[in-house]
Design a protein around this ligand. Structure first.
Ligand SMILES: CC1=C(CCC(=O)O)c2cc3nc(cc4[nH]c(cc5[nH]c(cc1n2)c(C)c5CCC(=O)O)c(CCC(=O)O)c4C)C(CCC(=O)O)=C3C
Ligand SMILES: [Fe+2]
Length: 347
């Protein structure tokens, strides 16, 4: 067997009030995020007692993956390490080395291409291996899963479930609103292997996934893809429209209700429960729009089985991949994929 472990790689989040500021410093080091924005985001975390739900969601996913592997005869140890908070990836890689792991696969909790969502995780892996040094296991990232049925179907079911809570008499004025994390437009247009075909891989994959989820969940309804959780200084252009502006604009055109589906994410972490369930819901309320937020995959058994499928696919060297979309796909990103933003330090 060429691979001897799987490592779940995620963003990480604080789990105590005193973690919040050091966590935010880890996230934003060298990224040019203004202090006002940081103070605002610290407030979002403090609203939940300084505890982000993301780490527990990773623990739950880890447990579900282990159970799924065991139930399907795949005997592969599963580790977990984060970019920004404990358990830090470098510590995990050190443990993997101590356990004798030689060649691992990485499942990253982000479905899409782009610098923040893909290449930065590759950099995290490279840095963690360098920290561990001699004897660190080789770690290969699994492919983008944006159009895998194990990702699309749970999202589609969640949209259907959410729609069912709205008044059927108002269906013809109901709209699907898909959201993903906004990124700087410069990061969007350099997402993918050069020469990057517009609009870049991040936006292209999100559009395709949105179309797949909409077609499966409610082909009769119009949909839009919009952006949430903008960060960075105001003079730097980021992807627009923001979900809040979009909801206000929809209300002005006679839309009466929205299902908001965060297809950019795999779990209901802070940017979902604050930026959508709190902020976007308040915007909708102020405009008299019915609002319901669709769930993310979390530990949906189909999503968990997808992880196994991605592992198996790579182990078998299979040509046939479970994919619902048609965008180009590959196992390993070219080294010049998704150019890092210029303002970032190279270390
Ligand atoms: C594309 C993308 C994803 C999706 C892919 C993926 O999942 O990786 C994502 C996920 C997440 N982002 C998260 C949290 C934060 N992101 C920030 C800042 C930023 N995100 C960016 C992009 C993305 N972010 C960018 C371009 C920045 C600007 C700074 C920089 O260039 O890096 C900041 C700084 C403060 C601020 O918001 O300004 C925080 C706290 C959490 C954890 C939530 C929790 O704790 O539950 C998660 C899952
Ligand atoms: Fe983020």
């Amino acid at each position: 067997m060429p691979y001897d472990a799987l490592v779940l790689v995620s963003f990480g989040g604080p789990e105590a009030p005193e973690d919040v500021i050091p966590f935010l410093e880890n996230v934003t080091r060298g990224r040019g995020v203004p202090p006002e924005r940081l103070a605002e985001v610290a407030e979002h975390y403090n609203h939940f007692g300084g505890v982000s739900p993301i780490n527990q969601q990773c623990r739950d996913l880890l447990a579900a993956i282990r159970a799924d592997f065991a139930a399907n005869g795949l005997s592969l140890p599963v580790y977990w390490g984060n970019r920004n908070w404990d358990p830090m990836l470098a510590d995990t890689v050190a443990t993997m080395k101590a356990d004798g792991v030689r060649r691992a696969l990485a499942f990253v909790t982000s479905a899409y291409g782009g610098y923040s969502s893909c290449r930065q995780y590759l950099e995290d892996i490279t840095k963690a291996r360098a920290t561990v040094g001699e004897g660190a296991p080789v770690i290969e990232k699994l492919r983008h899963f944006a159009d895998h049925p194990g990702f699309v179907e749970p999202h589609a079911d969640a949209v259907r479930t959410a729609l069912d809570t709205l008044d059927p008499a108002r269906r013809s004025t109901t709209r699907l609103v898909f959201t993903a994390h906004s990124i700087p437009t410069s990061m969007a247009t350099t997402a993918g292997p050069p020469p990057v075909a517009p609009p870049g891989r991040y936006v292209a994959q999100l559009r395709e996934t949105a179309a797949l989820v909409a077609a499966a969940a409610a082909p009769d309804l119009p949909w839009d893809l919009v952006w949430q959780s903008r960060s960075g200084p105001p003079q730097v252009p980021w992807l627009e429209p923001d979900v809040n502006d979009h909801l206000a604009a929809l209300a002005d055109t006679g839309v009466t209700g929205v299902v908001v589906s965060p297809i950019g994410f795999v779990s209901d972490h802070l940017e979902v429960i604050w930026d959508l369930d709190n902020e976007a819901a308040a915007t909708a309320k102020s405009r008299n729009l019915d609002f319901v937020r669709a769930a993310t995959p979390g530990t949906d058994p189909r999503f968990v089985a997808m992880v196994r499928d991605l592992v198996q696919e790579r182990m078998d060297g299979a040509d046939s991949k479970q994919r619902l979309g048609t965008l180009p796909a590959w196992d390993t990103c070219p080294v010049d994929c998704c150019t890092p933003p210029a303002r970032r330090p190279s270390s």
